[in-house]
Write a protein that binds this ligand. Structure first.
Ligand SMILES: [Zn+2]
Length: 175
């Protein structure tokens, strides 16, 4: 089932999310819903707090489906993900966020990261990630700590974006 994506500013997007203690049916349903919501948006990543659930789960799929030939979908769910190593080399990417629609800004992050997480069977997984996957996984893990990509920008730019989103939300509320 598709869920509603929270739009910034929302206090739930600023919260530290709790670790998942065990993989329950509720968690499996949430994971399935997150993938469905992410693909429908469409987006390459989604974190549970973006659908109002303050728990440490993210979904990703950075396979290039618009490439020629298109890459096969690669849905990935990470429970309690952690960055366990990061390259000194940095990378700049023009980031966006499903909770901050139609806003893009350059963010600098480590180019490569090693990530550890639990899959939906409760098994520990580790993977080296690079390119868009590395950017995306860092962006999504930030969400679990209540951090948005605009928090990396200068305060003036961040305030401008926040005001734009407040206006967008007022317009949406009026319908
Ligand atoms: Zn985001």
């Amino acid at each position: 089932m598709k869920r509603d994506i929270l739009i910034h500013p929302d206090p739930r997007l600023k919260k530290l999310c709790a670790a998942v203690p065990d993989i329950s049916d509720e968690i499996r349903t949430l994971a399935k819903d997150m993938l469905e919501t992410m693909y429908a948006a469409p987006g390459v990543g989604l974190a549970a707090p973006q659908v109002g659930v303050l728990t440490r789960i993210i979904s990703l799929d950075c396979a290039k489906q618009d490439a020629e030939p298109p890459q096969a979908p690669e849905p990935l769910i990470m429970v309690n993900p952690e960055i366990i190593a990061a390259s000194d080399e940095m990378n700049v990417y023009d980031e966006g966020c499903l909770s901050i629609p139609e806003v893009y800004a350059e963010v600098t992050r480590p180019k490569d990261v090693r990530v550890r997480w639990l899959d939906l069977e409760g098994s520990e997984q580790e993977r080296d990630m690079e390119g868009l996957w590395a950017t995306c996984v860092q962006h999504e893990i930030d969400h679990l700590d209540g951090k948005l990509f605009i928090d990396y920008l200068k305060p003036l730019k961040r305030q401008m974006i926040t005001r734009k989103m407040q206006k967008l939300k007022r317009e949406k509320a009026r319908g």
